[in-house]
Design a binder for this molecule. Structure first.
Ligand code: ADP
Ligand code: PEP
Ligand code: MN
Length: 613
């Protein structure tokens, strides 16, 4: 519906580059570029500091750096530090030197100005900042690397979801990133990963884009103002979407890279503008650190009942963590990343990142309301160029369009980010085979089996169509791309916590019923919510259960307020034999996938597996 040209973004990136080149040229660097003059007018505190850098860093991207040319002398003469909350622990801690300006801890209004000045995005009706991410509209899981060194060699579960990179390659790439940022303006946010002071990591996020700065400020936990002056980061994320890797030289798979270095305490990101990479990088850090303290990190959403009973919703992307945790009757803790310590559960983040495609105002009113607010960042949402109205149904830019907003944009969110121990664990799966019941009760062993399996399904295309076979995805711990350690590390902590706190576990299918994807229907959100309500208030335990013939878990026979026939997926299929064949197929996929864990689990968990017919 909307081309880049129509809303004046047509050549935004090209223009930006040439503008930068002009501004960043040595002749210009001692003058105040227009952007900075205007920023100085707005911000009371703009310090001009002598750069501490004596030598700039040579690299392939900037081979002349380090020489004593006249250009270099002028480049390092001043560093413009913009913002009212500048940490005394400066960017040179991270080896970032000779940037032309650093914008520190700016809030939404100032970041809007910078983003719009740079033509990174536009404002839509109601106030959200709307941006496009270009070719990457989701995570680049296969471009993520973890540095394999003495410490990580034995502590990381190397393989497809944790690909190794040599320390030297990572160091060289880091230098490339630092060199790239020379004479550029950067945005800095000092934030916490973790609402719980005892289990948090201080992260500095340095970004090339103003809108990425707003995104990460929305998503993470914002420190109290008085803690910013002395903020000393433990980890630093440096995010340069326009810097492309050279696979042959840099040891990457493509031009895109996400390189996690636990020893250097840095994550560098390049070649992608999908902002979700930054938040999942913070999650990755905590998924490595927390288990050492006996704290369980979880790819889940959490909300809380009126008695303070929290509920955990595990699930892979698209299974309903964000949708189902936004519930007017249950205050929200968070929609995606949490920890569970001896004191209870806590959010790792301070905001949410919701899917926007075909978002319904009636089915998801809380999330819908965030699309009308100043401060929300909307990624790849199509807007009308004139009225600036959103068209949430238009998937032209991406199926994975997103909205990023701070937690308090959800009316009943608990912004403290902490809650007591859970009474229920829900494992969400979007089964596109149409085999799994909408809700099943799991024994603790079955819960472990399903946690280690991490099943969901992906649908072949974005277009609905007959005959398109869905793809089964098994992503262990419901989050393999973010889990550096062996799945049993997480599984064992979870197992102990489930036992200690007597948690009830449920498997909920938010996917298809009445046939596979393309034939059947997606489970109505209303039905899923009704079943969850019954599970969470304890009433579901009072109904009659049957054993599922394929998976062996307990399935309710009738639930007040829910059409009985939907509870038994076989009854929703016109062709029963086709259902049986599909169920048999899915069981076999579970069995094949679990082979990798057989040697690591006890007999009780093995016996919770579905049995091949
Ligand atoms: N029964 C259902 N339960 C949950 N989500 C559903 C259901 N039916 C359709 N959906 C849609 O599926 C998507 C779930 O995505 P989301 O909640 O963002 O998942 P996650 O946070 O786990 O990645 C949303 O777009 C939601 O509108
Ligand atoms: C942000 C993401 O998480 P989710 O889809 O689980 O919300 C993602 O996977 O990129
Ligand atoms: Mn989500």
């Amino acid at each position: 519906m909307l081309s880049r040209r129509e809303i004046g973004w047509s050549n935004a990136s090209r223009r930006r580059v040439s503008h930068r080149n002009r501004r960043d040229s040595p002749q210009d660097s001692t003058k105040s570029p227009v952007a900075c003059v205007r920023a100085e007018a707005y911000f009371p505190r703009v310090t001009q500091q002598k750069s501490t850098a004596r030598v700039s860093i040579p690299s392939a991207a900037n081979p002349r750096a380090g020489s004593s040319s006249r250009a270099d002398t002028s480049r390092r003469s001043t560093l413009r530090q913009i913002g009212t909350h500048i940490s005394r622990h400066g960017l040179d801690l991270q080896g970032i030197r000779n940037v032309s300006a650093a914008y520190w801890n700016l809030g939404a209004p100032a970041l809007y100005e910078e983003a719009i000045r740079r033509q990174e995005g536009v404002v839509a009706e109601g106030g959200p900042l709307v941006v496009k991410t270009g070719q990457h509209t989701g995570r680049s899981a296969s471009d993520k690397f973890t540095v394999k060194d003495e410490t990580t060699a034995d502590n990381v579960w190397w393989g497809k979801s944790n690909a190794a990179i040599a320390p030297e390659k990572a160091a060289a790439l880091r230098e490339k990133v630092r060199a790239y940022l020379q004479n550029k303006e950067v945005f800095v946010q000092d934030l916490y990963g973790g609402a719980d002071a005892a289990n948090r990591v201080k992260v500095r996020v340095v970004t090339e884009y103003a809108w990425h700065s707003l995104f990460i400020r929305n998503l993470l936990v914002r420190p109290a103002t008085e803690d910013l002056a002395d903020f000393q980061p433990e980890f630093t994320i440096i995010d340069c979407p326009n810097l492309l890797a050279d696979p042959a030289a840099d040891g990457t798979r493509s031009e895109t890279f996400i390189v996690v270095d636990f020893a250097a305490k840095t994550i560098v990101i390049g070649g992608t503008s999908y902002a979700g990479e930054m938040k999942k990088s913070v999650f990755t850090i905590l998924n490595y650190l927390l288990p050492v303290k006996g704290v369980m990190p979880m790819h889940c959403s959490i909300n809380v009942g009126k008695d303070g009973d929290s509920a955990i919703f595990f699930g892979l992307s698209g299974t309903g963590k964000t949708t189902l945790s936004a519930d007017p009757e249950r205050p929200l803790i968070g929609d995606d990343e949490h920890g569970w310590s001896d004191d209870g559960v806590f959010n790792i983040e301070g905001g949410c990142y919701a899917k926007m495609i075909r978002l319904s105002e009636t089915a998801e009113p809380e999330i819908f309301s965030t699309t009308k607010r100043f401060g929300t960042v909307l990624e790849n949402v199509v807007i009308d160029p004139e009225t600036r109205k959103l068209d949430l149904d238009d998937a032209t830019l991406a199926e994975n369009s997103r909205g990023a907003y701070p937690l308090d944009f959800i009316a009943n969110a608990l912004t403290t980010g902490v809650a007591g121990h859970p009474k229920n664990i829900i494992m969400l799966t979007a089964d596109a085979f149409g085999v799994l019941p909408p809700i099943s009760r799991l024994s603790p062993e079955e819960a472990m089996y399903h946690f280690l399996s991490g099943y969901t399904a992906k649908v072949a295309g974005t277009e609905k169509g007959l005959g398109k076979e869905p793809q089964a995805t098994f992503s262990t711990c419901f989050g393999a791309p973010f889990m550096p350690r062996h799945p049993t590390v997480y599984g064992n902590i979870l197992k102990d916590k489930i036992a200690k706190h007597g948690v009830s576990c449920w498997l909920v299918n938010t996917g298809w019923t009445g046939g596979v994807f393309g034939v059947g229907q997606r489970m109505p959100i209303k039905v899923t919510r009704a079943l969850l309500r019954a599970a969470l208030d304890g009433s579901l335990n009072q109904v009659q259960f049957r054993k599922d013939p394929n998976f062996g878990f307990d399935v309710p026979v009738a639930v007040p307020g829910v059409p009985t026939e939907i509870l038994d997926p076989r009854q929703t299929w016109a062709d029963k034999a086709a259902y049986d064949a599909k169920a048999k197929h899915l069981v076999q996929l579970f069995i094949d996938n679990f082979a990798q864990f057989e040697a690591h689990v006890d007999d009780a968990i093995k016996s919770a597996a579905p049995k091949a017919a």
